[in-house]
Design a protein around this ligand. Structure first.
Ligand SMILES: NC(=O)C1=CN([C@@H]2O[C@H](COP(=O)(O)OP(=O)(O)OC[C@H]3O[C@@H](n4cnc5c(N)ncnc54)[C@H](OP(=O)(O)O)[C@@H]3O)[C@@H](O)[C@H]2O)C=CC1
Ligand SMILES: O=C(O)C(=O)CO
Length: 312
């Protein structure tokens, strides 16, 4: 079995060595320009078109959870990967836990009013504030998939009321489920902390705009863990400046790195990280890919295949 690997920043020799260990009998090689030799599987992130085009592959694996970059490249170059070749993505592989850490720590930060205490400290002000109550701190998770479900689980464990919004209804214990455009307003109405874990598709671009933010509880918070293009950044600033939103924590931006001139850098109630909410963990990802390839070779049903029509 021949496997080609391409990632612009990963430690390629490590990945090749580990994949070879877990898939004995497979020949795993780094793909380099000009390599047109046969391959059965391709493992990729931001692949050049020529890497995939014209190949008779059994499957392609995206080395991340979101497949928006590969799907947008495919839109411009449909010949890069025919529909008959399945595209897989990473399901969790350690990202669920990282998203839990991120979401729980920031929700607790807001809930315990550490943002207010930090602002008071700037003014050398010693002033205990009234506690927030959990019943006023409903968490609304947009995107109830692999990562959304993990985040919901972790916040439930901390006793917060949790609701989710997705395309289809979920039957998760103790989580109120809302689905589709018709139920979005109802989902937002009681949400105090909005956590975004949607995929980037034509339906979700720009979904977090002023109209949506205005439907949240007053003095709400936004945690964007998914993609920058979900948020209309100018309108987010309007919602912050009108105090409809009390704070925002952003891991992702419409342009990355965030341009120096962005007013988000300086906003006193915006905190940010440079797209690190959940990164690909090599060991878990390699184990998942090896398991999935083994399953495909046996003809088993395996999960993780992207539905290209839906876009995720
Ligand atoms: N910041 C970071 O470091 C990282 C960000 N990400 C981002 O997180 C995203 C989510 O990952 P993951 O949980 O694995 O993805 P999943 O595909 O498992 O979940 C996607 C969820 O979004 C819902 N959804 C999709 N389209 C719509 C829509 N139009 N309206 C309402 N709901 C919709 C789906 O609904 P349904 O269940 O009904 O199909 C599903 O619940 C990734 O696409 C990626 O962009 C991922 C990893 C790291
Ligand atoms: O896996 C993804 O989609 C990511 O955004 C990784 O940072």
């Amino acid at each position: 079995m021949e496997i080609i690997f391409y990632h612009p920043t990963f430690d390629t020799p490590y990945w090749i060595a580990e994949l070879s260990k877990q898939l004995p009998g497979a020949n795993v090689r780094e793909w380099k320009r000009g390599d047109n030799q046969h391959a059965d599987y391709a493992l990729v992130w931001h692949p050049p078109v020529e890497m995939l085009q014209g190949r008779d592959l059994k499957a392609v694996f995206a080395l991340g959870a979101g497949v928006d970059s590969i799907l947008s490249k495919l839109k411009a170059n449909p010949e890069m990967l025919p529909e008959s070749i399945p595209l897989f993505r990473l399901e969790d592989t350690g990202m669920g836990l990282q998203m839990q850490e991120y979401a729980v720590s920031q929700v607790l930060h807001w809930f315990r009013r550490f943002d207010d205490y930090q602002a008071q400290q700037q003014k050398s002000e010693w002033q205990p504030l009234a506690d927030y109550q959990r019943e006023d701190f409903t968490i609304g998770i947009m995107g109830a998939g692999v990562l959304g479900s993990k985040v919901a689980e972790s916040l439930l464990a901390w006793g917060f009321p949790v609701r989710c919004w997705s395309r289809s209804h979920k039957a998760w214990p103790n989580v109120k489920s809302f689905a589709g455009a018709d139920e979005l307003g109802e989902f937002l109405r009681e949400t105090r902390v909005l956590i975004n874990l949607l995929p980037n598709t034509s339906e979700t671009v720009g979904i977090i705009n002023l109209n949506l933010l205005n439907q949240l509880q007053d003095h709400s918070y936004l945690l964007n863990l998914a993609r920058g293009v979900h948020v209309v950044e100018d309108e987010l600033l309007q919602a912050l400046n009108s105090h409809k939103l009390k704070g925002a924590m952003l891991d992702v931006f419409s342009r990355e790195p965030l341009p120096q001139e962005s007013p988000l850098w300086q906003h006193p109630r915006v905190v940010m990280t440079p797209h690190i909410a959940a990164v690909t963990r090599p060991q878990e990802a390699i184990a998942y890919i090896a398991r999935t390839i083994t399953g495909l070779e046996r003809g088993d049903h395996v999960s993780g295949q992207v539905d290209r029509q839906r876009g995720y």
